[in-house]
Design a protein around this ligand. Structure first.
Ligand SMILES: *Cc1c(COP(=O)(O)O)cnc(C)c1O
Length: 315
């Protein structure tokens, strides 16, 4: 039977690094970054937080299989595969893109995310984009049950009540002195947990990595609090979209601060934060904490894309 104990005893304390730049001094603000990316070597940042109570629940329900959903470069797929393997769960990934299943060996060679998940023991079900869109239908669930029997079902991106509960543990006593908490947003689960875990004097600001106005309502499903705001100006055109300015920002940030960001989530957040600071968005003496939610495994896939297009890559 699966056992989650080892995994959740293994978390390291995430440090808080101060970002030292003339800009911060000039604007009179403090910017620091909570290194949630360091929480576990291979189960990254917020995906670790989101899986914690779900894996405990799967164990309690005596399920031996985890099933979840994602795109071909999904941080959540990689994290679920690794966490499942460490705890002794079988894992099944329902992957968007039927064509990826045609020549599995080739896919595994070309796609580091899927190659990693496969090596962790994940079994894949590749589905068409149409089928993927209907993945929450009872028809699709019945089909999965017929194929795989009983499983513990984790939604795409990992967001549910238990995921939000896990993300409530991101903030703690050492983060209490900050006035603003900033996070990247995909489905909204992570920021909902951060909002729930925030203190009354703190304001949580979210940087959506994608376009769309549905996020406010998604977040309200998981939190009653109102000390938060979404800043929608830094999605760079949508999910997994970016430009060379963002790539060069990420490369410069790494040179200057020795911290790796990714172009899907944390790079957009940090670009936005620094732009806001430059434009005097924050008043003097404001202390800002950015959450590094991890997600670095996706960089290889992005670099593939950039290389093929003959463009500069993430260093
Ligand atoms: C998945 C992910 C997010 C978004 O988390 P949500 O809970 O879906 O909003 C943010 N940052 C990174 C690095 C991620 O992998």
């Amino acid at each position: 039977m699966p056992n989650t104990e080892i995994l959740f005893k293994s978390t390291t304390n995430c440090s808080i690094d101060t970002i030292i730049e003339p800009l911060m001094e000039y604007q009179g603000v403090e910017l620091a970054i909570l290194r949630e990316d360091l929480i576990n070597a291979e189960i990254s940042g917020n995906k670790f937080r989101k899986l914690k109570y779900n894996l405990l629940e799967a164990e309690k329900q005596q399920k031996d299989t985890l099933l979840t959903y994602g795109g071909a470069f999904s941080n959540h797929i990689a994290a679920t595969a690794k966490a499942g393997a460490q705890c002794g769960f079988k894992t099944i990934g329902v992957i968007r893109g039927e064509e990826l299943g045609g020549d599995l060996n080739k896919t595994l060679k070309q796609n580091k995310t899927l190659g990693f998940a496969y090596n962790c023991g994940m079994h894949f079900k590749f589905v068409t984009r149409t089928a993927y869109r209907d993945k929450d239908s009872s028809y699709f669930k019945e089909e999965l049950k017929a194929d795989y029997g009983e499983f513990y079902d984790i939604p795409e991106g990992g967001t549910n009540d238990l995921a939000v509960k896990g993300c409530e543990e991101i903030l703690n006593a050492t983060t209490a002195r900050f006035d603003y908490i900033a996070s990247a947003i995909g489905t909204g689960g992570t920021i909902a947990g951060i909002i729930n875990g925030s203190l009354p004097h703190q304001k949580v600001i979210g940087f959506p990595a994608l376009k769309g106005d549905f996020l406010d309502n998604e977040i309200k499903k998981y939190t009653q609090k109102q000390n938060w705001e979404l800043i929608k100006d830094y999605n760079f055109g949508g999910y997994a979209k970016f430009n060379l300015e963002l790539i060069s920002f990420i490369n410069n940030f790494k040179v200057n601060h020795k911290i790796q960001l990714d172009p899907i989530y944390t790079g957009k957040m940090m670009y936005g934060l620094i732009d806001l600071i430059s434009n005097s968005y924050f008043s003097k003496n404001t202390r800002i904490l950015a959450i590094h939610t991890g997600g670095l495994q996706g960089i290889a896939g992005i670099n593939n894309r950039l290389q093929k297009a003959g463009k500069p890559t993430i260093k």
